[in-house]
Design a protein around this ligand. Structure first.
Ligand code: UDP
Ligand code: MG
Length: 308
């Protein structure tokens, strides 16, 4: 039996050695009879992450690394890891020790109860308040909006069987929300409560705008609800215009005065203009994403593999 670990890193030079140490310890304690490989994906780091990885790789052939030619993003880095993982079971985790190596056994044990994907549910989420609130909101929203009956859970930390990984590898879309993709392929999913920790060193690599763009990617690639919302908005305004029309006729018939006013006119024009621009923007999002997909570029470019 072989375990693969897929760990994307972006400027995590301070965290990698400690993560490696704790992972080795966890493997020695909990997975003594397993072969394993630890695949780090260096997502275009500007610090010394790749040198640290080279050092580890030279002393331990179980450590492998994929160096990207630039920053391609967290979810694409994970994809590269899945592409090259060879294990019977694949564990995905972040490189900042928020996902703790000591908890992997719990995920594995749950998987052996007969599941294909077991994702971590954070028992004591240590993320900041804003992060927690925004991910709660996002998870609620995506569950509401999603078109297909798939399991979506926000955490990356999870273990998968080879069959699930092979299926995930078939989906090559560029608007990549990996958690949604893993949900989309189906199979049996389960959650497992695990302890969560604070980031060991460094700062989060996800600022608000990156978070927002991931959320939009998820929504636009897994839901056509925004398009249906446009139709609903249009219907609503048609309905409103009937009401207003009826009101004007009523005023004219019974009081002899049609509604006057520059203000009411201009506000109606501005509201309608604004709504039309928003609608165009929503359609533009789908068109733009469609354009990116049709270009069919490779998902990532590798500068160097440190394998063997
Ligand atoms: N990461 C990455 N590419 C990026 C951003 C982040 O590979 O463009 C990695 C990062 O090094 C970390 C993981 O993705 O291992 C999660 O990022 P982070 O901890 O900053 O996110 P947070 O936990 O704050 O949501
Ligand atoms: Mg983190």
């Amino acid at each position: 039996m072989k375990l693969s670990f897929v760990i994307p890193v972006y400027n995590e030079e301070e965290n990698i050695p400690e993560l490696y140490k704790r992972l080795k310890q966890a493997l020695a304690n909990d997975f003594r009879d397993f072969e394993y490989e630890i695949i780090f994906i260096d997502d275009g780091s500007q610090d010394c992450s790749i040198e640290v990885l080279e050092g580890l790789h030279n002393q331990d052939s179980n450590v492998k690394a994929i160096e990207f030619s630039r920053n391609f993003g967290h979810h694409i880095a994970i994809t590269a890891g899945l592409d090259s993982a060879e294990g019977d079971f694949v564990v995905m985790m972040d490189g900042d020790l928020q996902d703790q190596p000591e908890e992997i056994l719990k995920l594995y044990n749950k998987l052996r109860e007969g599941y294909d994907v077991v994702y971590a549910e954070r028992a004591n989420n240590k993320s900041g308040l804003i992060n927690r609130a925004s991910s709660l909101l996002f998870n609620w929203l995506i569950r509401k909006l999603i078109d297909e009956p798939i399991v979506i859970n926000g955490t990356i930390f999870r273990i998968m069987t080879r069959q699930a990984v092979e299926s995930v590898k078939l989906l090559r879309e560029r608007n990549r929300y990996i958690v949604g993709i893993i949900g989309w392929v189906g199979f049996r999913h389960a959650s497992q409560k695990v302890e969560h920790d604070k980031r060991l060193a460094g700062k989060t690599k996800y600022n608000l705008s990156k978070r927002l763009s991931l959320a939009l990617s998820a929504i636009f690639s897994f839901s056509s609800y925004p398009l249906r919302l446009i139709v609903k908005t249009g219907l609503f305004f048609v309905f409103m215009s009937f009401l207003v029309g009826a009101f004007i006729v009523y005023k004219k018939l019974f009081y002899g005065v049609p509604v006057l006013g520059w203000s009411s006119l201009i506000s109606a024009v501005l509201i309608m203009g604004g709504i039309q621009i928003i609608i165009l923007g929503v359609i533009g999002e789908y068109v733009g994403r469609n354009y990116i997909e049709t270009k069919n570029r490779p998902l990532y470019i590798v500068k160097k593999y440190l394998h063997k």
